[in-house]
Design a protein around this ligand. Structure first.
Ligand code: SAM
Length: 283
């Protein structure tokens, strides 16, 4: 039997049985491995960490995308940073009023391999005329982008190690603030509150964003294959409060079928456990 195993903390591991390894490759940026399994279907890892699988990807991609659109249903210009599997772009492109989506992904091989092995997330993304694919560092992309040029930035990144490190810096968040317009929203990968290393990353990211954006919130979602299963996104904005400004009826008019997200869950997702609130407020 073949087992993919990931270290979740010094004393805790997660293992998933797979039938066969579909592909393995070292790119200039990271090691990419694709596996075919039963419980979670096809999945891929970057540098030995689970990224996306066929079974629970809908949770991550619903939650990174729809809360922002239910808060501002008038979003037209979207920047996805990372997101090479295509799942985030796929969800954004479901909105008919979206005019332009730029995806700045550092590693083209992630996208090309997902087109081949993970069509559930990548299929159709490149063909959409509203889509602009940029295979470059997300930090470099935002540095060169004009002021106030996006309504929404979705940071669909790896953890703050290796190539993902720059996407958790004050310099990056400041550039995001600059390229967002007056109503802009930033959603970012906010790590996880449970295991110490991830909780430290969560606190650091939150402090930096809190110092830059006037409105900052954090919401949770449950990913069976990510460390501890309890994960967070940051919601930062220049104008919108995701609870006071929730436009549930307007969002429902889009008529999108979503397997995880709904506007009741939207309200609940921002209600955080006490230990998480405390950690986020600490200096
Ligand atoms: N859902 C996943 C998770 O949180 O485990 C993350 C998805 S994965 C598609 C994240 C993507 O971010 C990878 O394809 C990686 O190549 C990309 N990435 C990492 N650092 C980046 C950077 N500095 N600029 C652009 N893309 C980056």
């Amino acid at each position: 039997m073949n087992w993919y195993t990931e270290q979740w903390s010094d004393d805790c591991k997660f293992s998933l049985r797979y039938n066969k390894e579909l592909h393995s490759e070292q790119t200039p940026f990271q090691k990419i491995d694709f596996y075919e399994g039963e419980e979670f279907g096809t999945f891929f890892t970057l540098d030995g960490l689970m990224m996306v699988n066929e079974k629970d990807e809908f949770i991550y991609h619903d939650m990174i995308t729809h809360p922002a659109f239910a808060t501002n249903p008038d979003i037209k210009k979207v920047l996805v940073i990372g997101g090479g599997d295509g799942g985030t772009a796929r969800e954004v492109l479901r909105y008919p009023n979206v005019e332009k989506v730029v995806m700045a992904e550092i590693d083209e091989r992630v996208f090309r391999l997902c087109q081949e092995y993970l069509p559930v997330t990548a299929k159709g993304v490149e063909e959409d005329p509203r889509m602009e694919l940029r295979f470059e560092d997300g930090l470099a992309y935002v540095k060169n982008a004009p002021d106030a040029s996006f309504d929404l930035i979705l940071v669909d990144s790896t953890d703050p190690i290796s190539v993902g490190e720059g996407l958790f810096t004050t310099a990056f968040y400041k550039e995001c603030f600059r390229v967002l317009n007056d109503k802009g929203i930033l959603i970012n990968q906010h790590e996880s509150p449970y295991f110490a290393e991830y909780a430290e990353n969560m606190k650091k990211a939150h402090r930096k964003i809190r110092d830059i954006f006037p409105i900052t919130n954090v919401y949770q979602y449950h990913m069976p294959t990510y460390p501890s299963g309890h994960w967070l996104f940051g919601f930062a904005s220049k104008a919108f409060d995701p609870l006071k400004d929730l436009k549930a009826a307007e969002w429902e008019k889009f008529g999108l079928e979503t397997k995880y997200y709904n506007t009741d869950l939207h309200k609940g997702a921002f209600a955080l456990p006490s230990y998480v609130k405390e950690a986020l407020l600490s200096d």
